[in-house]
Design a protein around this ligand. Sequence first.
Ligand code: ZN
Length: 303
Amino acid sequence: MAIVSSIMSTSVDPSSSRICVPHNTEKIFGNNAKSKPTYPRFCTSSRRDAKLRLAVSSSRVPSKLIHEEKHMTSPKKGHDVFEEIKHRFLTFKKDKYMENLERFQSLAKSQSPKFMVVACADSRVCPSAILGFQPGEAFTVRNIANIVPTYESGPSETKAALEFAVNSVQVENILVVGHSRCGGIRALMTMDDDETEEDIDSRSFIKNWVVVGKTARSTSKSAASGLSFDQQCQHCEKESVNCSLRNLLSYPWIEERVKNRTLSIHGGYYDFTECTFEKWTVDYQERSCGESKISVKDRSIWK
Ligand SMILES: [Zn+2]
């Protein structure tokens, strides 16, 4: 893959730059250290407490988000938790499936989603719930910290999903969604800087997975070195999305489709403490001598 020169932007926000960058440097879409933080609110959990914890509870919930939505509660003794699930399924069947029978029977024969979504496995960031994807609209893979490994690394279920979505289903968009208070990113950020893949205990599946994002970690620690650990984690949550977007372009069949404009790749960041969603799109441009540059375009925040 071709490389062009790297230019730093003035923003500490990894999703805000429009500066072209090389694919293979640690400065993804531009970052600059020690400028004022773009993240105005920070979580309160300590680094030690959060280590390897994948579900960080929210300490602040905007009052406007508190409502009477029915949630699954802890089952009483002798109560079958699947009674609630069964009820939900039968409600879906009655209200959605039977009401849209033609569409669901068409979907039973084939799927042609326009989107592939890569999202974190975190229970709070279900793409269908927050972005409204209906059955048949988004081919989705979820993993710890919404990471896309490079093409050159070994096989993984995420790479298998990408291959199927791009080469067989031929989706037109890939959206990588990061999120606030990501336990996977926190696990990545708590690893020692000099800890290599070889140093990691092979029994620690989480560490062996999140270390794939080590480039985002080093970039964030450098760009946000003057900020608190929580702020560095927030930086890395977005930076890792950019890292995944860059890694997507290491797949020759993805880069080819991006090049001929049949596939677009996008980053997203869901902040569930404030309920905002930030979206940006990768602008890929070919240069002479086989070089290319990537930058960010169409950045917007939905709130
Ligand atoms: Zn996460």
